[in-house]
Design a protein around this ligand. Structure first.
Ligand SMILES: O=C(CO)COP(=O)(O)O
Length: 253
């Protein structure tokens, strides 16, 4: 029984110019999505400009949402608005939003993120939940890495479901650094997360849930990472803004 791979392109707060969006959309539309789910996370300002431009089944997944819907929530993006626009997926928990880069953004706890996820699921959408450890934890070894990820996963224990939630394992030390986890590191970590899910949620959930790898993934390293049994696709940042993004997709198809 195979898990259908899933590859996401997180454009983060890019591009600066609207004029570049057509090219980025064309990039995505050139991907063969027959063997792989594909989603794109445009910047909040650009979501509304591209959400209905994908012709090959690729979906738009905003990079954040609130957990209260529409109303007096200045600066927020409501799941209810996403539903109305026909969106199916939303990304939450990215380390850049959790505040791990020391940016002046509010720190989003895993408990808050579980509340967001519940709201997303209640509204009939699906959720990509990003987790992953910073460098000092990685340096302590796999047990510390797993413990860190388990802390992020625990508030999600009751809502992990292969049909509606995808996990994106994104070690913070590999994001935007050019330092990719080795296939051995990625496989070991993904397998450990899956084992934890098997023991703490259910073997069925563990077998079915998709775990993407994210962190300096690109056309060059995608084939090797793709070969790992527990890596079910990628969440790609910088490389998703490049024409070679289709290689990341096809590596997993
Ligand atoms: O954060 C990421 C995707 O969400 C990964 O970013 P990079 O691929 O640029 O390292």
């Amino acid at each position: 029984m195979g898990r259908r791979p899933i590859v996401g392109g997180n454009w983060k707060c890019n591009p600066a110019e609207i004029s570049k969006l057509d090219g980025l959309v064309a990039n995505i539309n050139a991907c063969d999505t027959s063997g792989c789910d594909v989603y794109v996370c445009p910047s909040p300002l650009h979501v509304g400009l591209v959400y209905n431009k994908f012709t090959n089944g690729a979906c738009v997944a905003p990079q954040n949402c609130n957990f209260k819907g529409c109303g007096a929530y200045t600066g927020e993006m409501a799941v209810d608005q996403m539903v109305d626009m026909g969106m199916k997926w939303c990304l939450i928990g990215h380390s850049e939003r959790r505040g791990e880069f020391g940016l002046p953004t509010p720190v989003e706890s895993s408990e808050l993120l579980a509340t967001k996820c519940k709201y997303i699921l209640e509204k009939g959408m699906k959720c990509i939940y990003a987790i992953g450890e910073p460098l000092p934890i990685r340096e302590k070894g796999i047990d510390a890495v797993l413990a860190y990820c388990v802390e992020q996963l625990t508030p999600f224990k009751d809502i992990l479901d292969p049909e509606t939630v995808v996990l994106a394992y994104e070690p913070v030390w590999s994001i935007g650094t050019g330092v990719t986890a080795t296939p051995e590191q990625a496989q070991e970590t993904h397998a450990a997360i899956r084992k934890w899910i098997s023991e703490n949620v259910s073997p069925k959930c563990a077998e079915g849930i998709r775990i993407q790898y994210g962190g300096s993934a690109n056309a060059k390293n995608a084939p090797e990472l793709s070969a790992c049994a527990d890596v079910d696709g990628f969440l790609v940042g910088g490389a998703s803004l490049k024409p070679e993004f289709d290689v990341d997709v096809s590596a997993k198809s």
